[in-house]
Design a protein around this ligand. Structure first.
Ligand code: ADP
Ligand code: MG
Length: 395
């Protein structure tokens, strides 16, 4: 485990908090979804209550290493002040760590909050290069990383700064580490991985890492058809990655050798076209018509998968079971989300689209943990070291 804000004395100290305030905005620049700001409030409130001088940094959008006022954090500062119920000092300088910002940081009183400008206004940020890292570090005495969404990137404000300052996690980050780290290190068994989504290729490192840890692997979504093809089945016009067939055969062999159960769809909801109103039929995996494509798992498959999830003590889910964005092909994904809610064990969702699916069906409440970082959660599950986590002090 890693040290958290609770393991370090913050009273009277200048604390640099890296948040993920990469919120979506509309054409007028207004925030359309403030959940990322809401999510950071517990850490910021803790620091305020414990008398820290709070200096917050984040990126937003892709300003490409230059100041671009379209991506100014001014809107975030306003919303943050509302949510905290106190003033947020916001300084906007093109160089992010300019003289006004330095002066504002130096003048902070205990419990006050300063938000600095979008760190991606500086071209060094995403390259983790000096002098920006040192300039950020010079603003503060402690580094708190609460931005899990960028933890898989080694940037000045996510990892580099930890070379100068004692580094600990915020509460959001702590929760991500607890669930992903904990599950992978010592899962309660049986441990099941539910893997869907569109591409096999993207997710091979994920399957490879999980195969050594889980008892059951459930495959659905577009990637299931490469597995079915590898087993010699007709898959019609379904998604196929021809060049990954050998790899999938290897993976299935490896699973068998390790005694890992491998479940693949026994039926699919098929349609002639990739369109919601394309007339659909459910076909068994042995009888898929050549002119159709599989766009969701069928009812029989959903029931088998549901049972496997209910029988598990730990479940990680990545990737929808079908094209859930289209209502006619959303049932399989919804069934999995329901089973994740019904399961008595620890249930974790990683991946952007899977989290979006749980939200779309309003099925978030009964899931133990839904990651706030799509890409970062996948890299965690792949067994990669995340620079934004690795740089934190060990507990
Ligand atoms: P995540 O973001 O959770 O990691 P992915 O990005 O791997 O998930 O995959 C999500 C996408 O996979 C969704 O947009 C969904 O429409 C698509 N998908 C799922 N099943 C199929 C299918 N049978 N055919 C084509 N696309 C699919
Ligand atoms: Mg995705």
């Amino acid at each position: 485990m890693k040290k958290t804000v609770k393991d370090i004395d913050v009273r009277g100290k200048k604390v640099f908090v890296r948040c993920d305030f990469n919120v979506p905005t509309d054409d007028s620049g207004a925030i359309t979804d403030d959940r990322r700001i809401v999510g950071a409030i517990p850490t910021i409130n803790y620091l305020i209550e414990n008398g820290a001088k709070v200096i917050i940094a984040s990126h937003m959008g892709r300003p490409k290493g230059k100041p671009d006022m379209k991506y100014s954090l001014k809107v975030v500062a306003d919303r943050l002040a509302e949510l905290l119920g106190q003033d947020v000092i916001f300084v906007s300088e093109p160089e992010v760590t300019g003289p006004e910002t330095k002066a504002a940081a130096a003048a902070l009183k205990d419990g006050e909050v300063l938000l600095i400008e979008n760190v991606r206004f500086r071209e060094e940020e995403t390259k983790n290069k000096e002098p920006f890292t040192k300039e950020l570090a010079d603003l503060a005495e402690i580094f708190v990383n609460d931005a899990f969404g960028t933890a898989h990137r080694a940037h000045c404000s996510t990892a580099g700064i930890a070379e100068y300052l004692p580094a600990v996690s915020g509460f959001l980050m702590e929760k991500e580490i607890r669930f992903f780290g904990g599950i992978l290190d010592a899962p309660e068994r049986p441990f099941t991985a539910v893997l869907g989504g569109s591409k096999v290729g993207d997710k091979i490192p994920l399957i490879e890492n999980l195969i050594d840890k889980v008892d059951t692997i459930i495959v659905g979504g577009g990637r299931a058809y490469t597995f079915l093809k590898a087993m010699g089945k007709e898959i019609g016009k379904s998604l196929l990655e021809e060049d990954k067939i050998d790899m999938t055969i290897e993976l299935m062999k490896k699973a068998e050798e390790k005694g890992v159960k491998f479940l693949i769809p026994v039926d699919s909801v098929c349609a002639p076209e990739f369109k919601n109103d394309s007339p659909s039929v459910t076909c068994s995996a042995d009888e898929m018509p050549a002119d159709m494509m599989g766009l969701d798992i069928g009812e029989k498959t959903a029931e088998i998968y549901r049972q496997a999830i209910l029988d598990s003590a730990t479940v990680v889910w990545n990737g929808p079971m079908g094209v859930f964005e289209m209502d006619n092909f959303a049932n399989g994904t919804k069934a999995i989300a329901i089973a994740m809610n019904e399961c008595q064990g620890t249930t974790v969702v990683g991946g952007g689209d899977s989290a979006a699916a749980a939200r779309k069906f309003d099925l978030e409440a009964g899931i133990s943990h839904i990651s706030t970082g799509g890409g970062a959660s996948l890299e965690f599950l792949e067994g990669k070291i995340l620079p934004g986590v690795a740089c934190l002090l060990d507990a």
